[in-house]
Ligand binder design. Structure first.
Ligand code: SAH
Ligand code: SF4
Length: 407
């Protein structure tokens, strides 16, 4: 794995802190489509007439039964299982760390398998947020982010990697492992879990990274998440959040077809240019045009506009009024997000009183319960805080190592 220096503008500081491990040359099957699995089976000599059926069986074992290797696949003859195990792997990413917040939110730090060169795999954070009637998994679409939104900690870390479809989809599998949400496995008794419905019922692509900059892999991973004969999450329970990569928004609707969230955060270009720098390329009017044209948009399928509350920056009553004017005519939900602080951000969260006044304007315009309660702040798992704790810990470890070496 690599350790990233969190200081802004220090993009070159990639410091390897662990040595390479022997490469596993077996091909991962998680993340492939059924047709790709069939192709892979064909390539190892499975007969044409059998590949489709075998691909379906393997798919079922992975995504319905939660198999992590071929041994339990009793619908497949033992010889073939052995052959599959020689060529392919279903190994999960390694759970390097798990933190549980006082509010039940869980954050997992996952280390992906090493590449074929033996180079350490990337590390990704995934967050599980249990509520009364649903359990939401916040998945990461990139390691770090190339965009530099001024209030987001992830944005202070240079992009290291675009995870593969399998690495993105694996975040769901690991979460279901930890929640015991597979047939014949029971849920942990010590975890905060929804009282009804599925334990992992919703997915938000709101972790580290800009999903529309890793479009193909995110698309493939979400196709797996919503596959009816697999994880079968409804696309209405999957939300992808973008900072506003306008040229990809129409494709997101047409090809991925999940719910869309837009990180708006400001109502004037001068302010948004500062907060969300991609606005200089795709200003507010252009962004909202793309939203109006979003495929499938209706009152039943609204776009969520996220608005982080920053003291003295975007939280005036005039801003609130401008916000509802701006969104008039777009089937929308508004999510006000109290700013989650991190060291050195230079921003403060708006006063609660101000958030309430702002929310009142938004409520009066017909948008219900818009303030998002911060979850998992104590474990740095809240919006925009991801990766930071890990990085800090690593930096501290590195300094300690250097000090020990120097001594
Ligand atoms: N890159 C995508 C998705 C990941 S960020 C995007 O920007 O939309 C998920 C959400 O968290 C975004 O709305 C983002 O603006 C918000 N966010 C980032 N940093 C935050 C912070 N420190 N406090 C509150 N919300 C934050
Ligand atoms: Fe990247 Fe989203 Fe953070 Fe902006 S808010 S830096 S786009 S992860």
């Amino acid at each position: 794995m690599v350790s990233l220096d969190i200081s802004r503008g220090n993009a070159a500081s990639l410091t390897p802190v662990t040595s390479a491990v022997p490469a596993d040359t077996r091909r991962p099957l998680v993340g492939l489509t059924r047709a790709e699995i069939a192709g892979a089976l064909n390539a190892i000599g499975v007969a044409d007439s059998a590949v489709r059926m075998r691909a379906n069986q393997i798919w079922h074992w992975i995504y319905v039964r939660g198999a992590t290797d071929f041994a339990p696949m009793t619908t497949i003859a033992r010889d073939l299982r052995d052959e599959l195990a020689r060529h392919f792997t279903l190994a999960r990413p390694e759970v390097v760390d798990e933190q549980v917040s006082s509010d039940g939110t869980r954050k997992w730090l996952l280390r992906m398998a090493p590449g074929v060169t033996g180079a350490p795999g990337p590390e990704i954070e995934t967050v599980y947020i249990p509520e009364e009637t649903r359990g939401t998994l916040c998945v990461s679409s990139q390691v770090g982010c190339t965009l530099t939104c001024s209030f987001c900690h992830t944005g202070t870390q240079p992009l290291a990697r675009n995870p593969t479809a399998g690495q993105i989809a694996s975040q769901l599998l690991v979460a279901r492992d930890a929640l015991g949400e597979w047939p014949k496995v029971s849920a942990p008794t010590d975890a905060a879990l929804p009282r009804q419905g599925r334990l992992l019922s919703n997915v938000v692509v709101m972790g580290m990274g800009e999903p529309l900059y890793n479009f193909d892999n995110v698309k493939a991973a979400l196709a797996i998440a919503s596959d009816n004969e697999g994880l079968s999450l409804s696309k209405r329970r999957i939300t992808l959040s973008t900072s506003g990569v306008v040229p990809m928004i129409a494709r997101c609707g047409a090809e991925i077809g999940v719910m869309l969230a837009i990180s708006l955060h400001a109502v004037r270009d001068e302010v948004r240019d500062q907060l969300v720098p991609i606005n200089r390329k795709y200003p507010i009017a252009t962004l909202l045009d793309a939203c109006r044209a979003y495929p499938g948009l209706s009152n039943a399928r609204r776009i969520t506009f996220e608005y982080v509350m920053l003291k003295g920056v975007n939280d005036s009553i005039a801003d609130a009024k401008a916000l509802v004017r701006l969104l008039a005519g777009i089937p929308a939900k508004i999510n006000l997000i109290p700013f989650n602080p991190w060291p050195g951000s230079g921003h403060e969260c708006s006063d609660w009183e101000q958030i309430e006044k702002f929310a009142e304007v938004v409520n009066r315009a017909g948008y219900a319960s818009p303030v998002r309660t911060p979850r998992g702040r104590d474990i740095m798992a809240a919006c925009g805080q991801l990766k930071s704790e890990t990085i800090r810990k690593r930096a501290k470890e590195r300094r300690a190592e250097q000090a020990a070496g120097a001594g």
